[in-house]
Design a protein around this ligand. Structure first.
Ligand code: PRX
Length: 648
């Protein structure tokens, strides 16, 4: 007789995976690492991981809520990621094995190739007036030129903002405007599941609302026909031709490296600011110990460069460590569902880092796809982006890792810049579903509402009580929002916005967001962003958004919509609104369900009771309804939700 799913989950969670002695013996992280004193740790990692033009004179300064690290130091991120490896005689080492989505399209870029390409683009950007401090936008797919563009900016000291290629024209223009970008780097089109994504056309639409952008550099990727605006748009291959020396700008430790926009609890995304030295030391150090990267390792972080995972663990961390990485342009199921496993086999990938949502998709497709390929090169697996359910963890361990690879479930955020809670392979006994321990030097805890530390008995809010090198340096031009979002709940303590509990072994279990941020396929989307996109449609009177659990995407978006004039919803309207949200934000924000309702549940003072909508979305018993102005409204919505479920 098979166990019920609930019982199986408990059993999986209770499994223990102690480190294998052979792995432990060769691991970059040895148990003493946890004994190292905080300042000594970051001081010596700072010297070891990074080459300085001028050494730092002070480790850090902490004036809550702002920290500064490696003060007095001068360095350049591009020099550290590219030039110094070439200078050390490793120019022939592969920096990226790139695999295009169309089958057979492959390109290996060595560190010397990377240097040449970066210099050419940097020279072109210079001629377009890009200098130290000039903000540059990047809107590209997963092509080698995306990291090249980031590095060319870093070389010149020009802060970049990368906008995920799946975002809409509105999302792109909002970011370009906020940062006042002067140049945009994009491509004609991107490949995705056998079709093309019109990046340049979307960029053109965005640029109509982003007057600060005076030039656009366009990479030819698919060769599709795209309009070019004379005097503004130039082709990458026409301008990035000059091999003349282009020195790396010496940057102050605290100079801005990039902004990355992420969803907060309002409709306006937050510009998370990361500076140069602390960020680089933080990502290189964590990459070294957590992924146990060796000089000849082949490492694949299967994220998109448009998200922080791509910034920290495809570009800056691995390249700073001189690691050979894999970049894959397309989706995991094109042309078939074994595409990833063919990539692992072809390049002999040792370390694979991905998100639970991807693991669950593979799990759904079946392990026969992984079995078609020799995955014996793998020796370590990683997970990031959302809590990993124990079933997916165990499936990953068995069917991808062949039962022999440690799994590192890494908790962090765009704001933290680097991984903060994670097992260290070779040291930590892992448990399916637990991110386990704070990284050395990280002071994480779980607090209750009143700021008391919660023990193994209960859950609470995840907080960080000491600064770390890669922490955000604030929100771009929004000091008050920075204080309010992260520092107002508890004095001088960072509030992460995640629920968590700590078990009797001091292991951390992350329980998901505690604010109005949803996590769909590992992408952060705020309920209010989606609500604003919905009410932007001319027929919508009111909208409220909640998330429900989804077996593949983690959470799925459910929208409750009241149409103007008391109109009833229809299948056509449902599709129209879903597409409207996709146009306003991007396809990732499309609601999975829309429930049309004559009214939304409100308190007597007119506040929408989202908590109740979450209960309806999750199909749970309703919580307290006594403050509702009209209790019948939720009953009506419940009935409608039950009949209108349109999962896709
Ligand atoms: O809720 C946590 C979840 O993702 C949020 C951060 O999202 P973002 O800034 O987009 O960065 C994602 C990649 C670092 C967190 O607040 N999260 C991330 N990693 C985990 C996680 N939740 C549980 N376990 C994780 N390993």
């Amino acid at each position: 007789m098979s166990a019920s799913p609930a019982i199986e989950t408990i059993l999986l969670e209770e499994r223990r995976y102690p480190p294998h002695p052979d792995f432990a013996a060769q691991a970059n992280a040895q148990p003493e690492i946890y004994e190292r004193e905080f300042e000594e740790f970051w001081e010596s990692e700072g010297r070891e991981r990074v080459t300085w033009f001028e050494p730092f004179t002070k480790l850090y300064e902490w004036e809550p809520p702002y920290a500064r690290w490696y003060l007095g130091g001068k360095l350049n991120a591009c020099f550290n990621c590219v030039d110094r490896h070439v200078e050390a005689g490793r120019g022939d080492k592969v920096a990226y094995h790139w695999e295009g989505e169309p089958e057979g399209e492959r390109r290996d870029l060595t560190f010397a190739d990377l240097q040449r390409e970066v210099v050419r683009l940097a020279n072109a950007l210079k001629r377009l007036g890009v200098r130290k401090g000039t903000p540059v936008g990047i809107y590209m797919g997963m092509v080698p030129e995306a990291p090249i563009a980031m590095l060319a900016c870093a070389r010149l000291g020009a802060p970049h903002t990368v906008v995920f290629g799946g975002f809409s024209a509105d999302s792109l223009s909002g970011r370009l405007q906020d940062m006042e970008c002067e140049v945009l780097i994009t491509q004609d089109e991107a490949w995705r599941r056998g079709t093309t994504v019109p990046l340049k056309r979307t960029a053109d639409e965005a640029l109509a609302d982003a007057p600060s952008v005076r030039n656009v550099v366009v990479l030819r990727r698919t060769g599709g026909d795209v309009p070019m605006t004379g005097g503004r748009d130039v082709w990458w291959h026409d301008v990035a031709t000059e091999d003349a020396d282009c020195p790396c700008e010496p940057m102050d430790a605290e100079d801005l490296l990039y902004l990355l926009y992420t969803s907060g609890t309002t409709a306006k995304p937050k510009g998370i600011a990361h500076t140069t030295a602390g960020y680089l030391v933080g990502v290189a150090t964590t990459h070294h110990y957590i992924f146990d990267v060796k000089p000849d390792s082949v490492y694949w972080c299967a994220a998109d460069v448009g998200w922080v995972t791509g910034h920290s663990y495809i570009v800056y961390g691995p390249l700073c460590n001189g690691t050979t990485g894999v970049l894959y342009e397309g989706t995991p199921d094109f042309p078939d569902k074994d595409r990833w496993w063919s990539i692992v086999e072809r390049y002999g990938v040792e370390i694979l880092y991905t998100a639970p949502t991807a693991i669950r998709s593979h799990m759904k497709w079946g392990h026969e796809y992984a079995e078609r390929h020799d995955l014996s090169s793998l020796r370590l697996l990683g997970s990031v982006g959302e809590p990993i359910n124990p079933e997916a963890w165990v499936w990953y361990h068995e069917h991808v890792g062949g039962g022999r690879c440690p799994i590192v479930d890494t908790w962090w955020q765009t704001e933290t810049g680097m991984i903060l809670i994670t097992p260290l392979p070779g040291i930590t006994t892992t448990k399916p579903g637990s991110a386990t321990k704070p990284f050395p030097g990280v002071d994480a805890a779980v607090y209750d509402e009143d700021g008391n530390e919660v023990g193994p008995a209960g859950g609470g809010y995840l907080v960080l009580r000491r600064p770390w090198p890669a922490m955000l340096r604030g929100l771009y031009r929004e000091h008050d929002r920075y204080v309010e979002t992260y520092w107002s709940r508890y004095p001088d303590t960072y509030f992460a916005g995640d629920g968590a509990r700590i078990d009797e072994d001091d292991d951390f279990w992350l329980l998901g967001r505690v604010d109005d941020v949803m996590n769909v396929s590992g992408h952060r989307i705020s309920t209010i962003e989606v609500e604003s996109a919905l009410v932007d449609h001319g027929d919508v009177a009111e909208a409220a958004v909640a998330a429900r659990a989804d077996v593949t995407t983690g959470q799925a978006i459910v929208a409750y919509v009241t149409l103007k004039g008391g109109r009833d919803g229809s299948v056509e309207m449902l599709e129209e609104l879903r597409n409207h949200v996709a146009r306003k934000i991007g396809p990732i924000a499309k609601p999975a369900n829309i429930v049309f309702t004559p009214e939304l549940p409100k308190t007597r003072s007119g506040k929408i009771m989202r908590r109740l909508l979450r209960d309806v979305a999750e199909n749970r018993a309703l919580g307290d309804t006594t403050t509702l102005a009209d209790p019948m409204v939720v009953e009506e919505i419940k009935t409608r939700a039950a009949t209108e479920r349109t999962d896709d």
